[in-house]
Design a protein around this ligand. Structure first.
Ligand code: NAD
Ligand code: IPM
Ligand code: MN
Length: 359
């Protein structure tokens, strides 16, 4: 049966990188029999400009009926003066919570060809294969109360609340343990249990859930140490599970281990593996419109979509192999440039992946 993919290009480099991912989907349709129908929708700043709202009702209807969602990126300086409640980022957060996408998988894998693109020494990152499992619909991003209020003495006060229920911790822990079971069976839960009660509970629940997964070795680490360990000796990690905000920060950090944030895909999944797929990076306003952004994170997000939501693991491997091949051929966008070599554009990189798919 034909499956529907909602395509939400968003802002900044979003439309540029999504266009390259669409080329890959088109090729999978014409040459590999992938039976999908693509339907475009508005989100973020593009939606604000067209409708006044970052997540229009039409988009919500589209993503709810779709089998999977591909998102570029949202946000940019143009919309920063707006009230935070109606900024582009709220469109993305709304998608995550409306679709109940509580499990965010952010793999940080180093393609061997990019060992020299990382700012870390090649021997520190060679062979790197980490999976960050980030809780995505709770924690300080969504906790109440929140806002900026005026105190009796006339002073302003900003408030956000870090809150986690037992059930929210338990379900993300299970996703992480099950992921670890399929990998090297090592799970590190990252928290700040020495200071924050919400993550004291996090540690307690993760430990309890761990009793159901006796073959997974569970460790705990405070987030400050985890950030340090990720740059000191990243290969000590197999799967990391952590809260919404810590996962946001640590995944950007981990991306640099792989050469560039332009290389990291993600899958945001609900309890039934319906998913939204997006690169972990943002709309990169500093390079938008220049045809120089790296589209590989978005193309690799298609591979994750094929694996998790479309049940096409072989096609997923074909896409990943095509990405490996273009890197092996020495093709590089600017962010992963090798010293003394030429770089190619966003569109040329997309074309090269499509060409590699046909071979
Ligand atoms: P960013 O990820 O957009 O950019 C950080 C740096 O990485 C920039 O120098 C950028 O040029 C570079 N970069 C990012 N993606 C790249 C790619 N594919 N190829 C080459 N270089 C790339 O983060 P930021 O600058 O902090 O945020 C910019 C805007 O994006 C903000 O409005 C932010 O809220 C938004 N944002 C959106 C998402 C999302 O939609 N998922 C994620 C992060 C940030
Ligand atoms: C990400 C982004 C988002 C987040 C923003 C844009 C809401 O940084 O997907 O990593 O913080 O989750
Ligand atoms: Mn982020």
């Amino acid at each position: 049966m034909t499956k529907t993919i909602a395509i939400l290009p968003g802002d900044g480099i979003g439309p540029e990188i999504v266009a390259e991912a669409i080329k890959v989907l088109d090729k999978l349709w014409t040459s590999f029999g992938l039976d999908v129908q693509l339907e475009q929708g508005l989100v973020g700043g593009a939606a604000i400009d067209a409708t006044g709202h970052p997540l229009p009702i039409e988009t919500l209807e589209l993503v709810k009926k779709a089998n999977a969602v591909l998102l570029g990126a949202v946000g940019g300086p143009k919309w920063e003066p707006l009230d935070i409640a109606i900024r582009p980022e709220k469109g993305l957060l709304g998608l995550r919570s409306e679709l109940k996408l509580f499990a965010n998988l952010r793999p940080a894998i180093l393609f061997p060809e990019l060992a020299n693109a990382s700012t870390l020494k090649p021997e520190i990152v060679e062979g790197l294969d980490i999976l960050i499992v980030r809780e995505l619909t709770g924690g300080i991003y969504f906790g109440q109360p929140r806002g900026i209020r005026i105190l009796d003495n006339g002073e302003s006060q900003g408030v956000n609340t870090l809150v986690y229920n037992e059930s929210e911790i338990e379900r993300i822990a299970r996703v992480a343990f099950e992921s670890a079971e399929k990998r090297q069976k090592r799970l590190c839960s990252v928290d700040k249990a020495n200071v924050l009660e919400a993550t004291e509970l996090w540690r307690e629940i993760v430990t309890r859930v761990g009793k159901d997964y006796p073959n997974v070795q569970l460790t705990h680490m405070y987030v400050d140490n985890a950030a340090m360990q990720l740059v000191r000796a990243p290969k000590q990690f197999d799967v990391i599970v952590t809260t919404n905000m810590f996962g946001d920060i640590l995944s950007d950090l981990a991306s640099q281990l792989t050469g560039s944030i332009g290389m990291l895909p993600s899958a945001s999944l609900d309890a039934n593996n319906k998913g939204m797929y997006e690169p972990i990076h943002g709309s990169a306003p500093d390079i938008a419109g220049q045809n120089i952004a790296n589209p590989l994170a978005t193309i690799l997000s298609i591979a994750m979509m094929l694996r998790y939501s479309l049940n096409k693991p072989k096609l997923a491997t074909i896409v990943e192999n095509a990405v490996s091949q273009v890197l092996r051929e020495g093709l590089r966008t600017k962010d992963i440039q090798q010293k003394g070599t030429e770089t190619i554009s966003t569109r040329e990189m997309g074309d090269a992946v499509v060409a590699a798919l046909s071979q």
